[in-house]
Design a protein around this ligand. Structure first.
Ligand SMILES: Cc1ncc(C[n+]2csc(CCOP(=O)(O)OP(=O)(O)O)c2C)c(N)n1
Ligand SMILES: [Mg+2]
Length: 891
């Protein structure tokens, strides 16, 4: 019998809906999901062509991306894995609790790992590949605050002793301890990547994944299936660097990159998005950027409920709850959940009427369910053509119970009382007795226990332990005299800038047989600024897909050549991204066993000042390579003004312990420093890196004075002695970088006033400063022994007269060594904001030109009583200096 005609529109719509659903069911039952997708796409298209405006949505429902039907069971024993995970949880917690009992306030985090344990354990048991099999394991960025869990795992694996665990956050104790967070500088055999400054691991991981491709495309490393995993916090994604480069990962089709974002909905102070949904927000952002997004929101316990949710009521309800409320559910009882979550609709209540309150309370979230996590990881590693992000919902402080589970204070909870410990123990089945519980002892089962056997077997199958850092590279043998020799000869009467000199050195290095291929030039859209465009054609710009267009300047000699084996990393306008590439390249000696030699050249003002924290991470990572601050010096970069003129970077560089910084003036200085840098980093395998300023001012490059090599490297040497050493009035002038030429001119000017001055080139105040302190320290601790004499003191031992130093940087730089100069040193520098002006005007304004060096020298001689005030006044007049000009430091 035919259905009666529908009464009204509502009935008609209900009928239509049923028919369409039945049709869809039919197609789904045929088992071909691709067919469903195609069908729906056709319908969408048809609707759009008929003028139906379909609302745009970058998000899907608030449910798991992987349907239970698509899941595969986890291989191995889930029961043993659960016990291992519980032991990791316990030991991680005990590590923090015990550390804080002994030293109150020593810190540590329980709740981050407590929420992430399943995310890591599934990785350790099934995915993370060690380097043991073919030397090419996975690269894993562990969330910094989860470090206790990673140590706990290493403890079970037998890699860390109880003593080391006992000394968590007490690294200086005898026998050593464990650093708070992942720091390769402090634990160079263990940690590979520093992560704890939040937002840096995400961007570093993207460029790492891209750099892995670069090495493969350039045949510096064989093709590999290894993955880069980055474990991040949901709060961390607010850091601009965290999401700032995600479009690159999609554009470059980095399917070797997997991010796991632990969406516990909380950060340190409270909810990440109390009034919103961080998972949905991130889904939209990542989908929009072209990533594969896998949401792991609900555990298997929810599958039967969702299976019954034919009308989408439950999914709808899930999607309308904001995160602040979800957090409340996490701390509340099952009855509360029933009333406030399911209670919104009688049909939802009906769905759970057979569930006890206790059962409702125990409905697990996706990020705590190994089956869900395993399937997400599996899909991620099987995904081709795009990076994957897994958004895993968890509870912060999971298992901490009253001590912190889901609470706003949980991030900083470091203590558990006896009853908290007891419930934790019972909940996770840790075999520790009531008598022992108050102690919170570490627990490691017997070597032949099923747990430890399982761990050993799994890690063996996966290629060894993770994390593990080792340097497997062979030192390079690089006699590069052939490359650098020409620079010691000077340029005759031809003018050049140190930037031009650098580019020539780089071009020659790129052609060198032994190391040419290992050079990695990195530029943030600034190659033309530095005159490097010839390299575009010579070595090509790296692009995984080569060049799919005809470049507009194809018919020119220096055309914009992109190539799969291109050598230059042209990063576009991102110093943060470029720095991440620098880190990936500069640590390749450990990560990949490749002695990559990065040269990252950038506008100097946008280096330490802008991406200083990434440079700090580079230093922690034991990076090797050269940072080049281009167009540096406050007065050397004409015209650009306050935002560009850098008189700061060398001052910052002083604070980076393994960064050697230099301010070379001449071609041979730069040559000596780079050649020695390559020797130290790649031949001697020292974990240092270099910051070199290069300028765009052109002048004649002189010949290298004899015996100056050692001084160039140590920080100073006499460049030009006074023509009349027997003069009554004597001075020692110190110049650096482009200001050295002003100092040389001052030497000439001073002759007119009867002053004979020696000129020193100070290539590195920072090295002189470090040497001075090192000597002083040694002397303090070795009384009675022959004192060590700082290099600067040795140099000036017999140098007569007053001292004046001038640099294009803040005065604090020369001031930093003045305690080791036999007499006090007068310093001229560029404290203050830059100006849009030409060089002469700028140097006059900042009082660092030849005139001011002259006046300062005469003023010092006056102070010493060697000349009268009239001489200084005359010079001020002769040199046309306004004594009442504004002070540049404060104007
Ligand atoms: C750049 C930076 N800012 C601040 C901190 C301090 N801090 C450490 S953890 C934390 C909260 C982390 O929240 P989330 O990223 O959500 O990680 P969860 O612990 O919840 O997994 C904060 C603010 C830091 N480590 N780095
Ligand atoms: Mg969080």
């Amino acid at each position: 019998m035919r259905n009666p005609a529908p009464k009204d529109n509502a009935e008609l719509e209900a009928l239509e809906q049923r028919e369409w659903q039945e049709s869809l069911d039919y197609v789904i039952q045929q088992g071909d999901r691709g067919r469903v997708q195609r069908l729906l796409a056709t319908l969408r298209h048809q609707a759009r062509m008929s003028g139906v405006a379909l609302p745009f949505s970058a998000i899907t429902a608030y449910v798991n991306s992987i349907h239970p039907d698509e899941e595969t069971p986890i291989p191995g024993s889930q029961e043993i894995e659960r016990r291992i995970k519980s032991l990791c949880r316990w030991n991680a917690m005990a590590m923090v609790v015990r550390a804080n009992r002994v030293s109150d306030g020593i810190g540590g985090h329980i709740s981050t790992y407590a929420s992430a344990a399943a995310l890591y354990e599934v990785g350790f048991n099934h995915f993370f590949r060690g380097k043991g099999r073919d030397g090419d394991g996975d690269i894993v960025y562990f969330q910094g605050h989860a470090s206790p869990g990673i140590y706990a795992r290493a403890f079970l694996e037998g890699r860390l002793s109880v003593e080391r665990l006992e000394n968590f956050r007490h690294e200086l104790r005898p026998g050593g301890g464990l650093s708070s967070y992942p720091h390769p500088w402090l634990m160079p055999d263990f940690w590979e990547f520093p992560t704890v400054s939040m937002g840096l691991a995400p961007i570093m991981s993207i460029y790492q994944a891209r750099f892995n491709r670069y090495l493969e495309d350039r045949k510096l490393k064989k093709a590999s299936t290894s993955k880069v995993w980055a474990f991040l916090g949901d709060g961390e994604t607010d850091e601009p660097e965290a999401l700032g480069a995600i479009s690159l990962a999609a554009r470059e089709k980095l399917d070797n990159l997997i991010w796991v974002i632990n969406c516990n909905l909380q950060r340190l102070d409270g909810p990440v998005r109390g009034n919103g949904q961080i998972i949905q927000e991130l889904e939209a952002v990542f989908r929009g950027a072209g990533w594969n997004v896998i949401k792991v929101i609900w555990g298997s316990d929810w599958d039967p409920l969702l299976a019954k949710d034919r009308d989408g009521l439950l999914a709808k309800r899930m999607g309308e709850i904001v995160d602040g409320q979800y957090q409340k559910y996490a701390v509340e009882s099952g009855a509360y959940l029933r009333e406030h979550f399911f209670g919104s609709d009688p049909r939802l209540l009906e769905m759970v009427k057979h569930y006890s309150d206790d059962q409702l309370k125990r409905l697990r979230l996706g990020g705590h369910d190994p089956v869900k996590v395993f399937n997400a990881y599996k899909r991620a590693i099987e995904t081709h053509g795009k990076p994957t992000v897994i958004l895993a919902r968890t509870i912060k402080g999971y298992g901490m119970g009253e001590a912190g589970e889901g609470k706003n204070v949980t991030h900083q909870q470091k203590k558990m009382n006896e009853s908290d410990l007891r419930s934790f123990r019972t909940r996770f089945g840790i075999p520790i007795s009531d008598e022992q519980i108050a102690e919170a002892p570490f627990y490691r089962p017997a070597e032949d226990s099923p747990e430890l056997q399982y761990i050993r077997e799994r890690r063996k199958a996966l290629g060894g332990s993770v994390p593990s850092r080792s340097v497997r590279v062979e030192p390079l043998k690089v006699p590069l005299d052939g490359v650098f020799e020409e620079f010691s000869k000077g340029t005759g009467d031809r003018k050049a800038s140190t930037t031009m000199v650098f580019v020539r050195m780089l071009s020659k290095l790129l052609r060198e047989k032994e190391i040419g291929d290992l050079i990695v030039p990195i530029v943030p859209d600034e190659a033309r600024t530095f005159g490097m465009e010839a390299l575009f054609r010579a070595v090509g710009i790296y692009s995984h897909v080569g060049q799919r267009y005809e470049p507009v300047d194809m018919d020119t000699l220096l055309y914009y050549k992109e190539a799969t084996d291109g050598q230059i990393l042209e990063e576009g306008i991102t110093e943060a991204g470029s720095m991440s590439s620098f880190i990936a390249a500069g640590t390749a000696y450990a990560t990949h066993g490749v002695n990559a030699i990065p040269f990252f050249i950038y506008y100097s003002m946008f280096g330490f000042q802008r991406v200083g924290d990434l440079i700090w991470a580079a230093a922690d990572s034991r990076v090797r390579g050269f940072l080049l601050g281009g167009t540096s010096g406050r007065t050397t970069l004409a015209g650009e003004g306050l935002q560009h003129q850098d008189g700061n970077s060398l001052v910052y560089a002083l604070c980076y312990p393994n960064c050697l910084s230099y301010d070379p003036a001449y071609a041979y200085e730069l040559g000596v420093i780079i050649q020695d840098g390559i020797r130290r980093m790649y031949q001697e395998q020292e974990s240092v890196f270099y910051y070199l300023t290069v300028m765009n001012e052109q002048y004649v490059m002189p010949e290298m004075p004899p015996n100056s090599r050692e001084g160039i490297l140590k920080g100073m040497y006499r460049f030009k002695a006074a023509s009349d050493p027997n003069s009554k009035l004597r001075a020692q002038l110190f110049g650096s970088g482009a200001i050295l030429n002003e100092v040389v001119s001052a030497q000439g000017l001073l002759e007119k006033y009867g002053v004979a001055a020696d000129v020193w080139s100070v290539t590195s105040y920072t090295e002189l400063y470090r040497d001075g302190h090192a000597c002083e320290r040694w002397n303090m601790l070795h009384p009675g022994e022959t004192p060590r004499v700082p290099y600067v003191t040795q140099c000036l031992k017999d140098a007569p007269g007053v001292y004046v130093a001038a640099s294009d940087y803040c005065k604090v730089l020369p001031d930093s060594i003045d305690r080791w100069t036999p007499r006090r040193m007068r310093s001229l520098g560029t404290d203050g904001f830059g100006r849009s002006e030409d060089r002469d005007a700028l140097r006059g304004f900042f009082e660092v030109d030849a005139r001011f060096v002259t006046i300062a020298t005469l003023a010092e001689l006056l102070k010493e009583g060697q000349i009268g005030a009239d001489v200084v006044s005359r010079a001020i007049k002769d040199l046309d200096v306004d004594p009442n000009k504004p002070n540049p430091a404060v104007s």
